[in-house]
Design a protein around this ligand. Sequence first.
Ligand SMILES: [Fe+2]
Ligand SMILES: [Fe+2]
Length: 231
Amino acid sequence: MGNKEILSPVELPFEEAIKIVQETLGENILKRPDLLNFRLPDGMHLSRDDEWHGEDHGVKVFGFGHANAKLELARERKLGLLDQESKDEDIIDFLGFGLALMGHDCGRFFAHEEEQHGEIGAERFELFFRNKIPDTSLEEAMHLTRKHVPPDEPLNMSRTYRYLKNADALDRTRTNDPAWTLNPDYLRDDSARLLVSIARRTNEVYYEIRGSHKDGFSAAVEALAITGLVK
Ligand SMILES: [Fe+2]
Ligand SMILES: [Fe+2]
């Protein structure tokens, strides 16, 4: 759990939140081709069209997690916590991180199957990506996928782990079920908090347009573009 005392006390309205996010990110906003590049290979995702943990969920988690990372890096740089000359790419392995955002639930077969899907997902990364991407990126994707399943890593939480957990939580706005929907208290930093109304809007848009798209993946990409988190 993050430092609750530094979090904004209220959920910012969507228009206000997206304006801040777009102004802060500037040229760093996620580009559609970069998102499309991260689509997992055919057959890798065990429940590709599952309505809870299918590819659409991976796309939205990618959008939220990428924004969370870029916003936090910008904030830390502004506060002097990071070297002004440092590059985001030197701090985060965006290939490994992005693959984990997109594929953290690729080992999930049934929505109710909780316990093993992190480990199964990590094995699927090994199977599909070993010797195709740098080992360090593969290890990052596998580690995050394996560890994203509760119970959380209590100590030494890496920043990519934190952003993945935030983004996964933000996509809980896809349901209003009180037992399951987002509890913003569980978000781990201020930037994720800023994304709450944007995640909510993304899911509203997603369910509005899902029927007119060939699959959940493309509908989710479009929903992020309509919301303004992807250019
Ligand atoms: Fe999961
Ligand atoms: Fe997930």
